[in-house]
Design a protein around this ligand. Structure first.
Ligand code: FAD
Length: 467
């Protein structure tokens, strides 16, 4: 007899594992299947967490090397041991993936390791690594198999010289020259890691600017900041062909009609990710998939075209972000349990963990302008913020965009120290339908970085005090 569940979740990434835990909390009998032995999906294993662990280690190294002296701290020659850095990163990852396994046990979520596919109405076929197969039966099935790195036809991955983010998180030595194709957040974060450790890093971006989707003013300032740190950024540059010869990769590109050539020992292709749907049995079951993006089509209740089968996370439309996947997982299982919940896609923040960090929520100034809505902008530089000055991290600014008529906050964009944490205030304000005035009238502790958000809110009404 096949095992019977209320819910089977395929994929134990942030979308899947969070959905599984919440469903168990709501009293469902839940199985969660993943082909990886370690839980947590891309995010915990080869994404958010290992990249942040390396960004934090290399930031400490860069601070020790170049900034401690001005605090009067002498540390002599600062060196690093890459192996230790990688072991620490792996330890951070293991601690968190083990943590999810503990949460599964605590909540009685049954983890099944193996590769899963849809096998008819209410059925999931699971094949273990040893080749054994089993069928699980479930009233509801959630597809949460995430995404994988997109390849460039001109630069196919070979796992050694031409790599994806997965390999770039685990190089065993610092590349001499790392060429990063793609000026999005993954390319810029990993480019920063290896640049701080001494690699020459060249970023090649097809579009006219890095962070093409973000606020233009923020992208321009980040471009300057990263250039100052030593990254070479080539925008408006299209990779046309490449070859690997004797451990060197030659990348040919076109920039404004001119041919350019880059030569390096490693190329990181970070041109985006595509939904991981191969082998899920979607074609056999005739599930509707967006032809262009390959993403599974769902309605606002995450229902696919197959009754009883739902999809969330990187597999469906929207930003490919861990917290977006988690929100969808929770909203979906709460709906299944008869509760009302939905995801407010207008208030999903995004963060880039460069130095300075970038964090955004809501519309960019370009988007607001294009919508034709009258708006006001309030900006405040970290140069004028006491805490940022005492931290010696005064690069960047806070930019708030508010509706000119009713002052409602439309977007917030921060370039600066701990932007990743500061953005939460703007997200909350927007979630509550708040205005710039609401933030302006909220008392912020002194001296804190959050005062820059307060001052930017005052600046919307041209009454910032410290600028
Ligand atoms: C380098 C890097 C850095 C990132 N940094 C951030 C960040 O800072 N913040 C952020 O929000 N996001 C970040 N992301 C994106 C984030 O990791 C993804 O958006 C998130 O993991 C998506 O969650 P998911 O649950 O949809 O899928 P995933 O996390 O991709 O999980 C899907 C799981 O499904 C499993 N699976 C796939 N097919 C099958 C099958 N047939 N049978 C069984 N199991 C299967 C996979 O093994 C995987 O474990 C980063 C990504 C990368 C690559």
């Amino acid at each position: 007899m096949p095992d019977r569940f209320d819910l089977a979740v395929i994929g134990a990434g942030p979308g899947g594992y969070v959905a599984a835990i919440r469903a168990a909390q709501l009293g469902m009998k839940v199985a969660c299947i993943d082909k990886r032995p370690a839980l947590g999906g891309t995010c915990l294993n080869v994404g958010c967490i290992p990249s942040k662990a390396l960004l934090d280690s290399t930031e400490l190294y860069a601070v020790a090397k170049s900034r401690l002296a001005q605090h009067g701290i002498q540390v002599g020659d600062v060196t690093f041991d890459l192996k230790t850095m990688m072991v620490r990163k792996d330890r951070v990852v293991k601690g968190l993936t083990d943590g999810v396994a503990f949460l599964f046990k605590k909540n009685r979520v049954q983890f099944v390791q193996g590769t899963a596919r849809l096998a008819g109405s209410g059925k999931v076929a699971v094949k273990s690594t040893q080749g054994a197969g089993e069928i699980l039966e479930a009233k509801s099935i959630i597809l949460a198999t995430g995404s994988e790195p997109s390849a460039l036809p001109a630069l196919p991955f070979d796992g050694t010289a031409v790599v994806s983010s997965t390999e770039a998180l685990a190089f065993d030595k610092v590349p001499t020259h790392l060429i990063v194709v793609g000026g999005g957040y993954i390319g810029l974060e990993l480019g920063s890691v290896w640049c701080r450790l001494g690699a020459k890093v060249t970023v090649v971006e097809f579009l006219p600017r890095i962070l093409a989707q973000g606020d233009g003013e923020i992208a321009t300032q980040l471009h300057k900041a990263l250039t100052k740190q030593g990254l070479k950024l080539h925008v408006d540059t299209k990779v046309t062909s490449a070859s690997v010869q004797g451990g060197q990769v030659i990348v040919n590109a076109q920039a404004k009609g001119e041919s350019v050539l880059f030569q390096g020992d490693k190329v990181l292709v970070a041109v985006g990710r595509r939904p991981l749907i191969a082998g899920l049995g979607l074609e056999e079951s005739r599930m509707a998939v967006d032809e262009h993006s390959g993403r599974i089509l769902v309605n606002d209740r995450f229902e696919t075209s197959l009754p009883g089968v739902y999809a969330i996370g990187d597999l469906i439309a929207g930003p490919m972000l861990a917290h977006k996947a988690q929100e969808e997982g929770v909203a979906l299982v709460e709906q299944l349990a008869g509760k009302s919940n939905h995801v407010n896609y207008a208030t999903i923040p995004s963060v880039i963990y460069t130095w300075p960090e970038v964090a955004s929520v809501g519309q960019t100034e370009e988007q607001v302008k294009e919508s034709g809505r009258a708006y006001r902008v309030g900006k405040f530089p970290f140069q004028a913020n006491g805490r940022a000055r005492s931290l010696d991290e005064a690069e960047g600014f806070v930019k708030l965009i508010a509706d000119a008529k009713n002052d409602r906050l439309l977007g917030a964009h921060i370039l600066g120290p701990r932007a990743s944490e500061l953005i939460a205030e703007a997200v909350l304000a927007m979630e509550f339908g708040g205005s710039a005035e609401d933030i302006a009238r909220t008392c912020h502790a002194h001296p804190t970085l959050s005062e820059a958000v307060h001052e930017a809110a005052l600046a919307v009404d041209k009454r910032a005090i410290h600028a």
